[in-house]
Structure formats: C-alpha cells, structure tokens
Design a protein around this ligand. Structure first.
Ligand code: SF4
Length: 290
C-alpha cells in the first residue's frame, strides 16, 4: 500500500485497511496536535486512491471487513471523491461491514443532510470526532474551531443520517485552571452528543506545539496524575449518554477501563477509586504513548 508520512488511526481500527484519501488535516490549528504539521493538506487524486483500493483488494481481499479513510479529517472531501471511493470499497471488499473516518464538527456542519444521507447509503457508517472538551473556554484555548453547541448540532446531523459516532475527550486539556469545568462540561457534551462510542485520552504535551510554548512559560499547567484521574472520575460519574461503549484503552491513559455508560458506571467508578487510592497499579510512564 502507498502511504505518505505518518499514518494515525483510532485504536479500534488496528485491523482495518487504512486508505489514505487525504493528506494532513484541513484545520491543523489545535494547539496540542502535531500529527500533521509535516504535511500540507490536500485531497489525493481520486484515480490514485481508487488504485490503492484495487491493490488492497488483491492483497487483502475477502479478509477486509473494515476500512478507515485517513488522514486527519477526511470527511472534508466532497462527494465527488467520497462516493466513488465508497462504491469502489464496496465492490472490492465483499465482507465490508464498516467504513469510518475522522471528522471535525465543522466538516459535518458543512455537509447538507442530503449529502450525509448519501454518504451513509454509500457505506460511510462511522465517524470519529474529538471535541476534546465541552468547556467553552477550553475549546477556545485549544483552538478546536467549534463550540459545545456546534458539536451537539454536528452529532445530531450525523445521527439523523444514520451515521454512528465515536466521540473522544482529552483529559488535561483544560489545564489545572479549568480542570473541574473541563471534566464536567465534557461529560455534559458527551451526554448531549449521545454517541455510540466514547473514549478518553490523556493529553501529552508535545515539544513544538503551541500548548508546549504556553507550558514553558507557565501559562498552561497540566494536572498531575491524580488530577487527571479525578477528571476521568468526574467524567464517568456525570456522562449519561443513552448507551455508549466507553473505553480508556488508548496508550496515553494511566488506567484502562471499559464498559457501557451509564450501565456500568458504578463498576468503572470503583476501578477509578481504587486507582486514586493507590490500590491498583497505573500504566508506567515509559509505556505510555501518544
Ligand atoms: S482537527 Fe484533529 S488532526 Fe486536525 S489539528 Fe485538530 S486534533 Fe489535529
């Protein structure tokens, strides 16, 4: 397969065919993110993407049941790219049961309800979206480019089209200053977006990013491990989607938990309390990843 630069995908797409249809991220402003700083955003030529699907079909064939369309926010592509890609995937992979992509709230809001429905009918079944926080001040400080309400509206539009959502929050994104508000408002946004899947990651401050510059001048202070676990506890205690699978299995987290919210809330809170009281080991720093 032909890829340009580093490829990122959600943990749950580990066994998916990763199809690189765009390069980089069309937004590329989030203050904590350096994933696509080495790439100028562009949509790849359609004939090359279709060639990659043919190549993958020969190499992976009937084994492929999931396709993840990279890079950063590939939903930004117009339907003149999306529809042929989705149709080619359907033709190439007989066992295909899911096509997913990263999206920003803006990508979804910029599509009409009819466009989203056409994407769903053609096979796009899930979007990963990372508001990272529900706290307006934090959203502005991390330059997410969308508000609490934008994310709620984006989720409503995606769901109306029948597209499932996996929504990601970022522990520590509010710093020590907004820690409580960030955790609580993130739980409120998770409730309002009502996704099928929810995840929490932990912020790693990467040298060279704007948030690192703020940290270096003491204008941003990342909560310590205890503070980050407290944020996670608040989130789990307060988030009430209808029925969402919740995971913290990303390598950036100190405690991997998995369950359904709200169903398994008490069980997950018990694990977090044990972690907060030092009764279970945390993931060691050396084994944490981005
Ligand atoms: S939208 Fe995603 S990929 Fe783009 S800059 Fe923000 S975090 Fe990075």
């Amino acid at each position: 397969m032909r890829y340009t630069g580093k490829i990122y995908r959600p943990p749950s797409e580990a066994y998916s065919f990763i199809l690189q249809a765009t390069l980089g991220c069309s937004w590329n402003h989030c203050t904590y993110c350096d994933m696509y700083h080495d790439k100028e955003f562009r949509v790849r030529q359609l004939d090359q993407v279709l060639e990659d699907i043919q190549l993958a079909s020969k190499q992976l064939g009937s084994a492929t049941s999931k396709v993840f369309v990279a890079d950063g926010d590939s939903l930004v592509m117009g339907l003149e790219h999306w529809i042929p890609i989705l149709e080619a995937c359907r033709a190439a992979f007989p066992a295909l049961r899911q096509v997913s992509a990263y999206a920003t709230a803006r990508n979804i809001l910029d599509k009409t309800p009819e466009e989203l429905s056409r994407l769903r009918e053609s096979g796009l079944s899930m979007l990963y979206i990372g508001p990272e926080s529900g706290d307006e001040q934090t959203l502005q400080r991390i330059a997410k480019g969308a508000s609490f309400q934008d994310h709620v509206e984006a989720a409503r539009k995606a769901h109306a089209a029948g597209i499932r959502l996996s929504v990601i929050f970022l522990l520590g994104a509010g710093g020590t200053e907004r820690s409580r508000e960030h955790a609580s408002a993130s739980a409120a946004l998770a409730t309002a977006m009502d996704p099928e899947y929810l995840a929490a990651l932990t912020l790693t401050v990467i040298p060279g990013t704007p948030i690192h510059r703020l940290q270096s001048s003491n204008r941003f202070v990342l909560p310590d491990v205890h503070g980050l676990l407290e944020e996670l506890r608040i989130f789990v205690a307060e988030a009430s989607p209808t029925d969402a699978v919740f995971r913290t299995n990303h390598a950036s987290n100190y405690v991997p938990i998995k369950g359904r919210l709200p169903r398994d809330r008490q069980r997950m809170l018990a694990v977090l309390d044990a972690a907060l009281q030092g009764r279970i080991p945390l993931r060691p720093e050396w084994s944490r990843g981005l």
